[in-house]
Design a protein around this ligand. Structure first.
Ligand SMILES: [Zn+2]
Length: 99
């Protein structure tokens, strides 16, 4: 699946340049949790379920930060490859649209 670069850039604008999210992703608590997750699971978990091994350095936060989920729990983190991460983010996007 090829990502539309323009769409992707817009998407990143909305999610990652948001000041509050940015602050969170720059915090040492997030970096620590992210690193812990990667140490535990350095490969995409969804690929693993499909029987593939895809090393990654992306950790996806299952709950939207904006919903007040600030406490980091490794249970809410999942290691994902680029493709699965993009898919997960667009799912979250859809959910956001419903609000
Ligand atoms: Zn994957």
């Amino acid at each position: 699946m090829k990502m539309n670069n323009k769409l992707r850039a817009q998407h990143y604008d909305r999610f990652y340049r948001d000041a509050e999210s940015q602050k969170f992703y720059n915090s040492s608590i997030w970096k620590k949790a992210r690193q812990m997750k990667l140490n535990q699971n350095p490969c995409c978990e969804l690929c693993q379920q499909e029987g593939r091994v895809t090393p990654t350095d992306i950790v996806h936060h299952l709950l939207s930060i904006k919903k007040g989920m600030r406490k980091l729990d490794l249970n809410f983190l999942v290691s994902l490859c680029h493709e699965h991460h993009n898919r997960a983010e667009s799912e979250m996007d859809k959910e956001k649209g419903k609000e």
